[in-house]
Design a protein around this ligand. Structure first.
Ligand SMILES: NC(=O)c1ccc[n+]([C@@H]2O[C@H](COP(=O)([O-])OP(=O)(O)OC[C@H]3O[C@@H](n4cnc5c(N)ncnc54)[C@H](O)[C@@H]3O)[C@@H](O)[C@H]2O)c1
Length: 402
């Protein structure tokens, strides 16, 4: 079986590698020529556990090749970005332009024996719109078009394992499409394959991430309240969680990444009047990073008053979550940029990146030695058990007590 994977990013590349390792002939397609050239040399452009080994073997064995255009295949799998667009009425709107562009690029190759799988996170009703689009631009009869919406729920840092072992949701546009998709995933997934309709599958994915966002917002809101009344939020959470039916999450600097910080807007954009909790959670999580900036600035002012000189701040971590290099929607990155733009003296350490276009990165030892105030923004493993001696430290993410 030949698979064409459209979009070779955090989702598409590991999927292409896994399929190749399971014996499929895989053509990976991306519009970014730099990515194509890196992959065809057997290398990778993202940090992901074990991925480099899998890709270099797949390329060496001629089971995977990267190209700039799709070609004839049995299965087409789309994993392109679905960002949001900010609008005047304040509810950000899903941007499906990459998905529609990718669908248009494969439409000329589709026949009735093919299956088109959409793994990109999409708003409710997108699969039906894609069916409509294909029926207009291809010669296929609508009943011969096979499409399944199969959202991806992997955890960056553990993608290869989860691609194979997680349960999967399969939302076919028809029973025939669902059965086709189920038989495809059964060839390389050991998790349960759950069939539903496309709209339910779309909404399941959005609901999962909105659930996470709402729960994180609760923890973040508590953390701000705790600071005001001088209570240790981590002690509070650990005691409250002794209640058999309570499970409060660990607060951090906000919420980032391409999923949890984005997908709730896709639900909210559906109806802004009945999605109040979802919208409020987004606002609370976004407000947490402003709160962190203000907390750092206030502490700097207090220290400067005592020391009678300017104070430098170490910011530990830039990525949106621990132990990865992904900066998308990262609260830590926004916090650091805000401090730099406020002309504060900032020293930044991000162990998962070699460089950043706008920020000079330093080693951990350097920032700890030179800074007066240490702020820990992301609980990377390198920050556990740091020896900070007498340095004034604010641990915003429980890195020192992992
Ligand atoms: N990253 C995650 O952890 C994660 C988890 C679950 C779901 N998702 C969803 O999966 C989708 C992909 O996310 P990602 O993180 O892999 O994105 P990404 O930005 O890492 O990769 C997307 C790739 O698609 C390419 N691309 C864009 N338009 C294209 C086109 N028309 N043809 C070919 N290639 C094209 C881009 O150049 C890029 O390399 C998104 O909808 C995202 O919400 C991501």
């Amino acid at each position: 079986m030949k698979c064409c994977v459209i979009g070779l990013g955090y989702i598409g590349l590991p999927t292409a590698g896994l399929l190749a390792s399971k014996g499929f002939d895989v053509v990976g397609v991306d519009i970014n020529e730099r990515i194509i050239s890196i992959i065809n040399k057997g290398n990778i452009h993202i940090i992901e556990k074990d991925l480099e080994k899998v890709i270099s073997k797949a390329v060496r064995d001629e089971k995977l090749i990267a190209k700039s255009k799709p070609c004839k295949a049995d299965i087409y799998l789309i994993a392109v970005p679905t960002p949001f667009r900010k609008t005047k009425d304040k509810i950000p709107q899903p941007d499906l332009s990459f998905v529609f562009q990718a669908v248009k690029s494969v439409a000329p190759y589709l026949n009735k024996n093919n299956l088109l799988i959409i793994e990109s996170t999409c708003p409710i009703g997108s699969t039906e719109k894609i069916l409509d689009l294909i029926s207009k631009i291809s010669n296929l009869d609508i009943s011969d078009i096979n499409i399944a919406y199969c959202p991806e729920r992997v955890l960056p840092g553990n993608i290869l394992y989860e691609l194979e072992n997680n349960d999967r949701v399969i939302g076919g546009i028809s029973q025939k499409s669902s059965n086709f998709a189920k038989s495809f995933y059964a060839k390389f997934c050991s998790g349960e394959l759950i069939i539903t309709d496309s709209k339910t599958a779309e909404m399941v994915k959005l609901s999962e991430n909105s659930f996470r966002d709402v729960n994180i917002a609760f923890a973040n809101e508590l953390s701000m309240l705790c600071d005001e009344v001088d209570v240790d939020v981590h002690e509070l959470v650990s005691i409250a969680n002794r209640h058999p039916r309570v499970n409060i999450l660990i607060p951090g600097c906000g919420v980032g990444g391409h999923c949890i910080a984005v997908d709730p807007w896709f639900l909210a954009s559906q109806d802004k009047d009945i999605t109040k909790i979802i919208q409020t959670a987004r606002l609370v999580n976004n407000a947490k990073k402003d709160w962190v900036v203000n907390k750092i600035k206030k502490t700097v002012l207090e220290m400067e008053e005592v020391l009678k000189r300017s104070v430098s701040i170490a910011c530990l971590g830039l990525s949106y979550k621990p132990n990865i290099d992904d900066l998308r929607e990262s609260p830590a990155l926004d916090i650091v940029m805000d401090l730099i733009n406020s002309s504060m003296k900032v020293l930044v350490c991000e162990p998962n990146l070699k460089s950043h276009p706008n920020i000079d990165l330093c080693s951990i030892d350097d920032v700890i030695l030179k800074a007066d105030l240490i702020s820990i923004l992301v609980p990377h493993k390198e920050f556990y058990n740091l020896k900070l001696s007498e340095k004034k430290t604010i641990d915003f993410c429980k890195a020192l007590r992992p």
